[in-house]
Design a binder for this molecule. Structure first.
Ligand SMILES: C[S@@+](CC[C@H](N)C(=O)[O-])C[C@H]1O[C@@H](n2cnc3c(N)ncnc32)[C@H](O)[C@@H]1O
Length: 237
């Protein structure tokens, strides 16, 4: 986890160039919308692996209140500047510094793949959610495209590229079935998982435009080709 933390500390200044500008912003808005519609809108929400606060900002603009937690102090520093009205803590998602039944919603975007012990994160999420509270996680899914990502990242690290997320972190990519099993094992009910995202930020312009146009079709009809998994569940009442 130290390596992930050091990486995100190193890229904190360039993170928003990737996800909060132009097509990065459209990509992030797309996955945020998928997560948002699985959560109550006006609740007290905890965002695990909150990064620079992109989702906290969207959630609070939508009428909710939010707390963010991230392992990288420099990402948390950025989040505090982005959302001065929200609270942010430095910490790891599998040991949460909150009392039982504190939140009604829990989100995690693009962070779950880094967790060495995903079951511990889900146990802790279950504990800090109130009865009836909802969880939604968007993470890179396993498919034909993402199976080559670790190789590209390893090469990127070897040649010293400083790019967001690029490194050999032992990341894990999940199928819908694995996400459903993890959430159900943690005690969540009404568990479901769907694929989303086909237009990747790194595509060249004409390909990106085409991928964006066919994205709704892919998500509905050929979901295996979509590269994120969005999984959700509810803590029983
Ligand atoms: C790709 S960024 C996503 C940030 C944010 N959720 C977003 O959507 O922009 C991954 C984030 O997960 C954080 N992270 C990785 N492992 C973590 C852990 N064990 N506990 C908390 N945060 C973690 C990283 O520091 C980084 O900020």
């Amino acid at each position: 986890m130290k390596k992930v933390q050091e990486h995100y500390d190193a890229v904190a200044d360039i993170y928003d160039d990737r996800y909060d500008r132009k097509r990065g912003s459209s990509y992030h808005a797309h996955i945020s919308a998928q997560v948002m519609r699985r959560l109550p809108a006006d609740a007290e929400m905890l965002d695990l692996g909150c990064g620079t606060g992109l989702f906290v900002q969207r959630y609070t603009q939508n009428g909710g209140r939010a707390v963010g937690l991230d392992i990288s102090p420099r990402m948390v520093g950025k989040a505090r500047r982005r959302c001065p009205e929200s609270e942010f803590l430095v910490g790891t998602a599998d040991v949460l510094p909150f009392c039982d039944e504190t939140f009604s919603a829990l989100a995690s975007l693009l962070a779950f793949s880094y967790l060495p012990d995903p079951a511990a994160m889900l146990r802790e999420s279950f504990r800090v959610l109130r009865p009836g509270g909802r969880i939604a996680i968007c993470t890179l899914g396993r498919n034909v495209f993402t199976s080559v990502v670790p190789i590209i990242y390893r090469i990127g690290e070897k040649v010293g590229l400083l790019k967001v997320g690029m490194g050999d972190f032992g990341e894990r990519y999940y199928s819908e079935r694995e996400m459903i099993a993890l959430l159900a094992d943690a005690g969540f009910v009404e568990v479901q998982a769907n694929r989303c995202s086909f237009a990747h930020l790194n595509l060249i312009d004409p390909l990106y435009d085409l991928a964006k146009r066919v994205e709704p079709f892919i998500e509905e009809k050929i979901p295996y080709l979509a590269y994120n998994v969005c999984a959700s569940g509810k803590k029983p009442d």
